[in-house]
Each structure stands twice: as structure tokens, then as C-alpha cells.
Design a protein around this ligand. Sequence first.
Ligand code: ADP
Ligand code: GLC
Length: 498
Amino acid sequence: MNIVFVTSEVAPLAKTGGLADVCGALPAELARQGHRVSVVMPAYRGCFHQGLAIQDTGHRLELPIGQRLVSAQLLETTLPESDVPVYLVQQAAFFDRPGLYGEGGRDYPDNCERFVLLARAALELPRFFDMAVDVFHSHDWQAGLVPALLNIEYRHARGYSGIASVFTIHNLAYQGCFPSWDMAVTGLDWRYFNYRQLEFYGQLSLLKAGLVFADALTTVSPTYAREIQTPEQGYGLDGVLRERGESLTGIVNGVDGRVWDPATDQHLPARYDVTTWQEGKAECKAALQAEMGLAVDPFVPLIGLVGRLADQKGWDLVAQVMRRWLPHEYAQWVVLGTGQPEYHSLLGDLAAQFPGKLSVRLGFHEGLAHRIEAASDLFAMPSRYEPCGLNQLYSLKYGAVPVVRNTGGLADTVTDASAAHLSAGVATGFHFDHYDADALDATLRRAVHCYRFQRGDWEKLVATGMSQDWSWGQSARQYVAMYEQAVERKRNAASQAS
Ligand code: ADP
Ligand code: GLC
């Protein structure tokens, strides 16, 4: 198959979260399985500082953005250790900026224009390279307009009528909502601004455009696929999603073993696998304790947290539990994150109060994220909701036992250390259900108790998690099966119409 990915993030070129990891790894795995894959993304300023050679393809685009024609250049690089081309849409006024979506906690005011440009540039790819594309696979609201434009504007364009569109929801909470007058920016007729199509409570929603117009929808875990069809977790879009329930599949994310593998990870002071984890992790733990200004102590349980400082991730619960634990408990905490300013000050204040027991790094540091996974005994993810989550998968692979809330992809990938699961040899972590500090507190205590006093069980937990296969192979095959169905549906519909 010939698949074009359209996305706002691709690791290692531009990353704020897991979307980048997925769009850096899944295309390479699909290519390894014999498919032709290209990726289209914006040429942000940061892309030029990631050590990848970026060339000009010589192609110039003139794209309608509202009443204007905006010109852009198409640059090209390749995903590391693959032959997957990544096309970067260069438009300096739009993308040559310090941030991806905004600065200082504020979104850029012209995000609608910026991502309409991305969608329009991507849709021109088949013409530029004269290639027969089977599927446009677009991701999150930033690429939500691709299925809509394909269905409406490109419906009768030569070579486009058989192309299917697949839209993946990585996070339903981010909806790409803009004032109604931005409809003009999309170039689509105002008649599509209605409650069954692009309108969402009086605004234009680019996410809804993807949900309504794509031939197939996916999200990043089966549990999240069910959750978002309920009013509690549907963010007002559960009705749309229920209506499209037949076309919505949940496929869990995988781990890119070229980037995340403790046996080969160049960010670590010591490398290890499932047979050598005790020594390997001990060395990584001592090094991280020294690096982060924590007391160097091999016995103290070290709890790691890495993630966006956003409400989604449960930092309010973490702070409550830290306040209870830090004065008395024999445990250390290490936190890496960046995001909402209120969490920056909350965590910064706590770290200043309890040096040696809590160390907080506020910023984005790829290498440190790896070292925390390797050094930690436990890894906490008390998310309010979690579409899939990659950090718990990295934790399993790095032997940092995950303590997670039983939601979304966390529920699908971590098996609780109940007595039954332990004796069946399938337990890999600790679950709690209710989103409250008492539940997180009790579950961390259960985990720490196991770490300190039930070493046999602990070693089994670590080894079971490390031995699991979370590589992309199987998930990529599920995507291919879904692409094939979408193409068949699309071609049947196209032949009926003609
Ligand atoms: P989400 O996509 O919701 O942010 P995921 O668990 O799917 O959550 O993916 C998060 C990814 O971003 C992981 O690769 C994680 O290591 C990385 N990450 C998040 N915050 C940071 C940070 N401050 N520094 C380095 N890596 C980070
Ligand atoms: C989103 C979700 C996260 C998921 C990631 C990649 O950012 O919050 O759970 O793992 O996308 O799919």
C-alpha cells in the first residue's frame, strides 16, 4: 500500500508528546513490512537542530488560505534508520517560530491558518510526485481537515477518487476549535458549518472535521475507543463518535526499539536486559541520584514521573501524595516535565522544601527521560484519562514497575499485581480506579511494600514486564488491515457513485 502520514509532530524532528513517537516509529515499521510510506509535517524552526540532513526538493507550492495564496517550499529528510521520506512544509512566517503551537502557555493566534496550510500541502503530494496514494492517514486536530478536503474539494480531482482517509485520535481533549469566521480560512463552503459537520458549539472544530469525514477512525487503545463514546469522556463529541462507532477501532501504540531499549540505549550510564537488570538498574539509579542531587542510596524506593505538566496527567494527585509522603516516608521522587505554569510552581516549591528526597527538572530533556525510566524502581502515571500512554510501555521495558490509574491505554497495557495475577505470572504493575489522592497513596504504598518486603514477587513483576513484546509489528499489521478495509469501502462507494 502507499500511505501518506499527515501530522504535526514526528520524533526526532519535533516533539511535545507521544504523537511524535508514534509518527516517528509507525511509518518506519510499515515500510519494514513492505509498504510505501511518506510523512508530511511542518518545517518548524526546531527541526533544523536535530542532526538530520534536510534538503530542498525544489518543489514550490501555492496554496489558498482564505482569500490569500500562500507560497511554501517542500523540504525533505528521511526518518532515521529507514528509507521513509519526511516532507517538511516550509513557510517561514507560519512555522519558523520557537514553539510548535504557541509560546508562554498561549496558543499562536493563527493556528488555524498554519494547520490549514499543512493539510493543503499534504493533499498536493500525489500530484507533485505523481504517485498513486491509497491512504491519507492524518493525526489529531492539526491534520483534521485532510479527510474533509479530500472528500469535498478533491472528490472529483484526477487520481484522488479512490484514496481513502484514516483519522487517528491521539487525544480527544484537544479539538482545534476556532472562531466561526475561520471557516473562510479553510476554503470550504459555509454550508459545511452545521452541527453535523464542522460546527461545534458555535465554533469551527478541525477535530470534528476529521471525525465526520474520514473513511475510518482509529484511536490508540481499545479501552479509550469505548470511553470516548460515553458522555463522561466524549468531550461533547461522544454522539458523533457513537454514530461512527462501526468505523472506530482502538489499536495500542508500540515501542520503537531503536530508541527505547535498555540494552542499547546510549543515554544510559549502564545498559542491561532482563537477565542483568538488577546490576544495570542499580548503576543507573546511583548515577541518576547523583545527577539529580538526591541522596545516593541503593535501597530507597525511587519513584519516577515524566510527562507533560497538563491536567490530564494527574499532577494534582501527585502533589497531594507528595505532601503526605515527603516529611516522613522512606522514598525518593524524581520528576521531569514541562507545561502549565501552575504545575511548574507547585512542583518547584515542593522540591525546594524537600531537597535530597524530591528532585524536579522543569523542561524537555530526551536523555533524562530515558535515564529516569532506567533508574526508577516505580513509575507513576495517575492520569485522569490516557488515550494510550507510551511512558508506561517504556517503564515496562526498562523495569520501572508502573503504578497507573485504570483508564484508557493504561488499563490495556498494565496488569495489576493482584494475588491471582501474581501467581499466574502475568502481573506487571499496580492499578487504582478512583481519581483521588487516597487511591494513589494506597496503591503507591502497596507497590513500595512489595518492593521492600516481597522481593520474590517484585523480581517477577519486573521480569514479566521486561519480557513482554510491545514492539510496533503487531499494531502496524492491525493498521494495515484497517487501511485495506477503508480503501475497499472507499472504492466501492466511488464505483457506485460513478
Ligand atoms: P502524551 O502524548 O500524552 O504526552 P505519552 O506517554 O504517550 O503521553 O508520551 C509522552 C512522550 O513524551 C514520551 O516519549 C515521554 O518520554 C516524552 N516526554 C514528555 N515530557 C517530556 C519531557 N519533559 N522531557 C522529555 N520527554 C518528555
Ligand atoms: C496523546 C495521548 C497519549 C498517547 C499519545 C500517542 O498525546 O495523550 O496517551 O500515547 O497521544 O498516541
